[in-house]
Design a protein around this ligand. Sequence first.
Ligand SMILES: NC(=O)c1ccc[n+]([C@@H]2O[C@H](COP(=O)([O-])OP(=O)(O)OC[C@H]3O[C@@H](n4cnc5c(N)ncnc54)[C@H](O)[C@@H]3O)[C@@H](O)[C@H]2O)c1
Length: 402
Amino acid sequence: MDRPVKAIILGYGIRGRAYAAYAKTHPEDFEIAGLADPVAEFPADADFPTWKRWEDAIDSGSGADAVIVALPDRLHHAACIKALEKGYHVLLEKPIGCTWQECVDIAEAQRRTKRLVLTGYVLRYAPFYKKLREVIASGVVGELTSVHHLAAISYGKASHAYCRGNWSVEAKGTGMLVNKCTHDFDLIEWWTKGRKCTKISSFGSLMHWRPENKPKGAADRCMNCPESVRENCAFDAYKIYYDRRDLRYHFADESDEAILKMIETSPYGRCVYACGNDSVDHQTVLMEYEGGLTIILEMESYSQQRNRVTHFYGTRGEIIADERRIEILPFLGDSTTITPAQTGHHGGGDREIMTEFVKLVRTASPDRFPAILDAALESHRIAFLAEESRYTGKTVVDGKLN
Ligand SMILES: NC(=O)c1ccc[n+]([C@@H]2O[C@H](COP(=O)([O-])OP(=O)(O)OC[C@H]3O[C@@H](n4cnc5c(N)ncnc54)[C@H](O)[C@@H]3O)[C@@H](O)[C@H]2O)c1
């Protein structure tokens, strides 16, 4: 195929807009064939069809090659299967499904239709993580014995997504671990390629953003909260969205006026102690792999920084990676630090995954497609098993509760 790959984008929120941007920067490779969203404002210069309902977009017979599913989690299963059955390749945002059964259904649909399903694991394509994998695979620190991986979300982002926002109530989609850390389990799957995870235990809870921790005198919305209470509250919506500017990208209109209105009227202006949320705010997963490798994953809301910090211990040295630098500390020889160049969102992963998607649609043999989806499913299998362990308080051994 020597023309641009044409895709319909379902859901024109943050992720839908991120993928759509690739059409502007790489017009020779990618073209938007249409957008579907019930509420979003579409670009004024759109020269393609738009729909309110994702079903209508898939049924439109638009001549597209692919569909990008950037919808809320609970719609991934239906939209992905319908798109596959209509003959489209799919770039599917994570999580693949809200339950393990939904993931299995999608794998079956992929086998039936022989189309590509690429999961939105943008970190795999980011130059930083590609370099890190290269360093691990080089054997410079010998055989890995253990890995400590911290996914620090930051109190601002965590309060936005997992307390006030889309992923605050587990029954409405997926809990925080499946939503956030399937990325991390995917990286772990990549780092440990070929080894099987044999035991999983997980602990975690919602400790702090609970009604009983609401400060005395606080109101249910920040706009009604007394100044004396607000000034001592780090989660005050005015501080998170108005004073700081780094989370404004979540909203289509980032102007001061729009942000103030959003705080007054939207769920993001609610007191964090009055959101009816039940997603955990921190969780730990302990894993044992074939051959004895042990891994600890820590997911934390109450951090200042929003990053991932990973410490690899090997029989010949250590690696410390923090999404900016990779420090290689061999027991013999000199230590080195690598600082991979990073440009763009998710360290360049948003751009690079689109490059990979276009390449796969244009050139890949369908024989490769099942393995691509299977690799992504492994992260979900581990995440759902970890949740099972957290709910039951038991260790999962060889995929079964012990
Ligand atoms: N890969 C990543 O790093 C990453 C990061 C963030 C989110 N995500 C995933 O991407 C997906 C979208 O997340 P987001 O942050 O863009 O959320 P969002 O809320 O910004 O966007 C979702 C969009 O879907 C639209 N929508 C809802 N119902 C619809 C329907 N019936 N038909 C068409 N559109 C509909 C909403 O109006 C909204 O604009 C989620 O599944 C999320 O887990 C992935």
